[in-house]
Design a protein around this ligand. Structure first.
Ligand code: PRP
Length: 177
């Protein structure tokens, strides 16, 4: 699996340190607030599991799985797994591995506000601003990455590579074969 990686962009150690840094900011912003961290599966999993362990607040967690309608260019999403918790009156922090076109997060922030959340913000490990189609600025950003095919730490190619402990660039020959 490591042989399929062209270069490592962000090491495991850097990710862990970044989780601690982001968690401190989040702690400061959410003290005395009813915080629910919502992960969008599956990419969020490694990052969210690390991040929440660094947040020293009494938070709750939940998960959703969403996907774009096949052939849709409008950004409309279908919910494949919905929340267990009621988020009305709660301060929601959506946790993501990457923001690319901005479609998923724009839609999800709107959806969760409609459910009555008191506030909805986004924490993302990676931001790829060159991929934006819909203007969207996450509140908390781990790293800005270039417009390259990045995998690892939750990010996949054909569902593989999510378990790499770092963020790497996938070799062209892998996704062009
Ligand atoms: C990825 C990522 C975000 C979304 C961001 O999920 O986890 O949810 O794409 O892309 P966007 O900004 O272009 O909308 P994906 O649908 O690949 O599912 P996954 O989390 O299971 O990998």
């Amino acid at each position: 699996m490591n042989n399929d990686i062209l270069e490592i962009l962000i090491t495991h150690e850097e990710i862990i340190n970044k989780c601690d840094e982001l968690a401190k900011e989040i702690e400061n912003d959410y003290k005395d607030k009813d915080l629910v961290v919502i992960g969008l599966l599956k990419g969020c999993a490694p990052f969210m599991m690390e991040l929440i362990q660094h947040i020293n607040l009494p938070l709750t967690i939940d998960f959703m799985t969403v996907s774009s309608y096949v052939g849709s260019t409008s950004g409309s999403l279908v919910i494949k797994k919905d929340l267990d918790l009621d988020v009305s009156g709660k301060h929601v922090l959506i946790c993501e591995d990457i923001v690319d076109t901005g479609r998923t997060l724009t839609t999800m922030v709107g959806d969760l506000k409609e459910r009555g959340a008191s506030s909805v913000e986004v924490v993302t490990l990676l931001d790829k601003p060159e991929g934006r189609i819909v203007p969207f600025v996450p509140q908390y950003i781990g790293y800005v990455v270039p417009n390259k095919f990045v995998v690892g730490y939750g990010l996949d190619y054909n569902e593989v590579y999510r378990n790499l402990p770092y963020i790497g660039v996938l070799k062209k020959e892998i996704y062009e074969k």
